[in-house]
Design a protein around this ligand. Structure first.
Ligand code: UDP
Length: 197
């Protein structure tokens, strides 16, 4: 496969453009199986050396992107360069742009209540053809988790944005991947804070 090995992780040599294309295809195909996009940052890359479950999550991910600048740099030094960084935040903006053209639906999970609310308002204004079907801040009680999963599954968005920090988002998506009833799920770190401004 056309990959660059980063600390034992095969990272596909794929541009932002092609990443968006892959996700577009997944949404168009409308498969039952959740497509997990993992944006590899230093935290995830380091943690998965020790954490077997995180390594499994990465191996099972539908798609991996190089979020960290260091990851791209290492790939260049090793002579098998990744084409560019594809950060969770940049990818989210690109998915909102594409989603605005293709009328995709989103659910926003994570960040604090104010950020979650403001990010939803900003997205609705800036991307009027995107529907934010629902949102939930990221400081919920464990006992409310099942209800949150139920709500997401009922709304069945095209894209589930999980802003719980890395690798918490990756664990959360993996834990519920068979129940969420979403096309694509992606951990985006602090991106909602950036969108909220
Ligand atoms: N966050 C959350 N619940 C938590 C911990 C963090 O919703 O239990 C949110 C936090 O408010 C922030 C986001 O997760 O919006 C990502 O935080 P950070 O920038 O630390 O993550 P990273 O970019 O390192 O993945």
């Amino acid at each position: 496969k056309n990959c660059s090995q980063i600390m034992g992780i095969p990272v596909p040599k794929i541009t932002m453009e092609d990443t968006v294309h892959i996700i577009d295809q997944v949404i168009t195909e409308n498969k039952a199986e959740l497509f997990h996009v993992v944006t590899l940052n230093p935290e995830i890359t380091m943690s998965c050396q020790q954490e077997l479950l995180l390594r499994t999550i990465i191996d099972e991910a539908g798609h991996l992107t190089a979020d960290g600048a260091g990851i791209v740099m290492v790939s260049r030094l090793k002579g098998n360069p990744l084409p560019e960084r594809v950060t969770g935040c940049d990818l989210l903006f690109r998915l909102l742009e594409t989603g605005d053209r293709k009328e995709w639906s989103f659910y926003l999970l994570g960040a604090n209540e104010m950020t979650s609310k403001m990010a939803t308002e900003v997205i609705s204004k800036r991307y009027p053809n995107v529907s934010v079907l629902g949102r939930q801040h990221g400081f919920f009680d464990q006992k409310d988790e099942a209800q949150i999963v139920d709500e997401i599954a009922t709304l069945s968005p095209d894209v589930l944005v999980v802003a719980l920090g890395a690798p918490k988002a990756e664990f959360w998506i993996h834990k519920f991947k068979n129940e969420l009833n979403v096309r694509v799920a992606i951990g985006v770190g602090g991106s909602l804070d950036i969108i909220a401004g």
